[in-house]
Design a protein. Structure first.
Lengths: 261, 260, 271
């Protein structure tokens, strides 16, 4: 017991040193920012003062208009993830389970995955129109590949032994799926979806910035075209907080699943 | 680890699935061509694959594709040099100063996951609608994996190699330059490879979005001119460039990590 | 012994564990003559690798002293060359550059380095492989490269920690032959840490047998077999007697070790 106390005492100062460094870095950056803002070195408003940004943030978060646009984007991202991610999960399961199909087709996914998808946007507009359809389509296209590859890889990692154990107990096909495959697949699928969420978000939002009159992407490009910099910063800050927060949240859900196993 | 990672040599057993895959792709295009020619799919929405292929020549000739290609590659290489220099130096600093590493490593990892490219309007305000915006977005988006892999490579140096260095009484800087850095090089290159891929994707994407630059801008241009076959052809060309780029990086990495 | 080249005096190493301090090595003293081949043998857990690290200067927290030619060591001594148990060749350098490494550190010009390295590469029987990379060589060949690298620094004392542990029996015997040849040719003082009795008897002038933890000197055996020795000596009667004698000692220590481990596990399992 005394040893454990010793350990935690030894650790305590180390933790606060790290926090000190972090706080120091943040304060330092903010200080330099404010200095630049007030110095007038840079063109007016490229680096607005922190107070202006704070005001814009408040204005943004208290306007119903923002939440409407946020809702539009959220809907599009959800649809993109459902379609692209859904297809990705199905394709991933098939490729992960069947070696022949994997060797036939996975190579195309592997090499087509890391390519810029936003360039397909003109095609999406042609097929789905200038409304939300084309944004959802682009988001779906973006997240399909990484989800499919991630789920396929995860499927292949399912311990072969578990499958043989179930077969040795003469489990039938339905039991194999419900008692072995589905529980084992939870983790790779959730992981794939977490990956897909971030990518669907980027794809959908980029499309919104290119051609749209609604959504968070539209708000950002709108702030740019009216040169309302504090508003642009405010939009970007909220967006990044949501993006990183959503990623962390889903990550935690995936992590909990791993622990419970 | 995908079943399709083409690191292994082509065996006889690979022929059947590869042929199936390729065959299905070819079949798909034949079916597509037929459906368009028979009017089931409107040729004003999806141009027939044969027309797209035909317009390849035109696009290459008339649209200065070589110049555009080099412009995009140039932006990529500039970004590549920047992420290598700042990424490796950053990684070395993080490795050396433990407290800094503990404080900042998670932030660097978060940067990799953050949608940096979405801030492109901001970059446009700061740098203007030109190549620097494109390069800087590529830089910010691609820096993180280089830093992280540099730290990983240095931290993962096998203890026995460090002991060899100590047994020869190497000074701290000799130990670093003669043992740790060479040992970490394969991992560092993996980071650079990942960074370059992020960079290319973001660079072409931003060229498209801000209508400036090389290949990305070409697609935007052709689309605004309603040149349908041309747009498809340009998209195919960009995908091709991207795939070749990716394959080349893989090959280089494999050359750096023999017999592992 | 008059004018020993290496003197270890009352070496002791203490490790902190969850259950309190444990002596890995306790009161170990011995000397090594110039040109002698001394093996240190013992059961797993006897602390022989710890002794290796202390003499090599890699472990500075210890009791007792180590003197090389009268000089107290404090960190890796320039007269001691170490060969490690694990894979230690630099994978990014070819064989020549690996072996020339210590010469590089002394600032020798490249031409001379390459020539000198070739001399040692030949000595370990790897001529023809100068431009190859470790990745292209077998485990045994890589260990030979490590050996050549250490020899290139021309140490007064060669200190080896189970360098052949990862190799199969035949390769081990042949490499043992090679090391013997080299040692006899260079009249190299050698200190070999091993758990392999055959290896120790084949190569050594004396063998130091260690006890199980805490490692102490159980016995020092003089190996009076004629030199030069080769691997055929393994079958001789005298050889067999030495092996049996040392095996008896080791068995005693090894079973003490096993009983100790079992006791340990029982205590841990009990709530």
């Amino acid at each position: 017991m005394a040893a454990a106390d010793q350990l935690s005492k030894a650790r305590a100062p180390a933790v606060s040193a790290v926090t000190l460094v972090r706080v120091g870095l943040i304060v330092g950056v903010l200080a330099i920012w404010e200095l630049l803002a007030r110095s007038g070195w840079l063109y007016r408003d490229v680096v607005p003062s922190l107070i202006a940004i704070a005001k814009a943030l408040v204005a943004l978060l208290s306007s119903g208009d923002y939440y409407f646009n946020l809702g539009v984007t959220a809907g599009e991202v959800a649809a993109a993830l459902a379609i692209g991610g859904g297809c990705g999960v199905v394709v991933g399961i098939v490729l992960g389970a069947n070696r022949f199909l994997a060797r036939a087709f996975e190579i195309y996914l592997y090499y087509l995955g890391p390519t810029p998808k936003i360039i397909f946007f003109p095609v999406m507009i042609m097929w789905f129109g200038v409304g939300s359809g084309s944004k959802v389509a682009l988001g779906a296209l973006s997240c399909f590949f990484p989800v499919a590859l991630s789920v396929a890889a995860g499927m292949r990692q399912i311990d072969r032994v578990l499958i043989r154990v179930a077969k040795s107990f003469r489990a039938d096909a339905r039991q194999m799926v419900t008692k072995i495959y589905l529980p084992a697949m939870r983790h790779p699928i959730l992981n794939g979806v977490r990956l897909g969420l971030g990518i669907a978000l980027i794809g959908t939002l980029l499309a919104e910035t290119k051609l749209s009159n609604k959504g968070v992407g539209f708000l950002i490009i709108n702030a740019y075209s009216t040169f309302d910099m504090p508003r642009m910063y405010a939009n970007l800050i909220v967006l990044f907080v949501i993006a990183i927060g959503a990623n962390a949240l889903v990550g935690r859900m995936v992590g909990l699943h791993t622990i419970r196993r | 680890m995908t079943a399709a990672t083409p690191a292994r040599r082509f065996l006889a057993g690979d022929l059947a699935p590869a042929a199936t895959g390729l065959g299905c792709v070819v079949l798909f295009f034949i079916v597509l061509e037929t459906l368009i020619r028979t009017g089931v799919i409107s040729e004003y929405i999806v141009p027939p694959p044969s027309e797209v292929v035909a317009s390849f020549g035109r696009v290459v000739m008339e649209e200065h594709i070589i110049r555009r290609f080099f412009l995009t590659i140039g932006e990529c290489l500039t970004t590549g040099v920047m992420i290598t220099v700042f990424g490796v130096v950053g990684g070395v600093l993080l490795y050396h100063y433990r407290i800094l590493r503990l404080a900042v490593e998670t932030w660097v990892a978060a940067l990799a996951a953050a949608p940096v490219v979405l801030a492109y309007p901001l970059f446009m305000v700061i740098f203007g609608r030109n190549a620097w915006t494109i390069i800087m977005i590529g830089f910010v988006a691609a820096l993180s994996p280089v830093i992280l892999k540099t730290v990983e490579g240095l931290a993962g140096t096998r203890k026995v190699l460090i002991d060899v260095g100590r047994s020869f009484n190497l000074s701290a800087s000799q130990q670093f330059f003669k043992i740790m850095l060479p040992a970490a090089l394969p991992t560092i290159f993996t980071g650079i490879r990942l960074g370059l891929i992020f960079a290319l994707i973001n660079i072409v994407g931003v060229e498209f979005l801000i209508n400036y630059g090389g290949l990305g801008q070409l697609i935007n241009d052709l689309a605004e001119r309603y040149d349908l076959p041309g747009t498809y052809a340009a998209i195919c060309f960009v995908i091709l460039v991207s795939v070749v780029f990716f394959m080349t990086l893989e090959r280089i990495e494999r050359w750096l990590r023999p017999t592992n | 012994m008059d004018n020993p080249i290496l003197v270890a005096d009352k070496l002791g190493v203490r490790f902190e564990t969850a259950e309190g301090p444990v002596m890995a090595v306790d009161d170990v003293s011995f000397s090594v003559r110039q040109g002698e081949f001394l093996s240190i043998i013992g059961p797993s857990g006897c602390g022989k690798s710890t002794v290796f690290n202390v003499i090599g200067g890699l472990l500075s927290q210890h009791e007792g002293t180590v003197r090389v030619a009268g000089e107290l060591i404090d960190g890796p001594h320039r007269s001691i060359g170490m060969v490690f148990q694990e894979e230690s060749t630099f994978p990014w350098r070819n064989v020549t550059d690996n072996v020339a490494f210590p010469l590089e550190l002394t600032g020798m010009p490249k031409q001379n380095r390459t020539e000198r390295a070739r001399h040692f590469i030949k000595m370990v029987g790897l001529d023809g492989f100068e431009k190859r990379f470790p990745g292209e060589l077998s485990g045994g060949m890589r260990q030979r490269v490590s050996l050549a690298r250490t020899l290139a620094s021309e140490p007064k004392i060669l200190l080896m920690d189970e360098p052949f542990a990862a190799l199969d029996e035949q390769t081990r015997l042949l490499l043992g032959d090679k090391v013997l040849q080299i040692q006899q040719q260079l009249k190299q003082t050698t200190l070999l840490i091993t758990h392999n009795i055959t290896e120790a008897v084949q190569m050594s002038d004396r063998i130091l047998v260690m006890t199980y933890r805490p490692g102490r000197v159980k016995r020092i055996v003089n190996i009076d077999l004629p030199r030069p020795r080769t691997s055929d000596i393994v079958g001789s009667e005298a050889f067999g007697r030495y092996v049996a004698q040392i095996w008896a000692d080791l068995r005693e220590e090894a079973s003490r070790g096993m009983r100790d481990e079992e006791d340990h596990m029982l205590h841990e399992a009990a709530p």
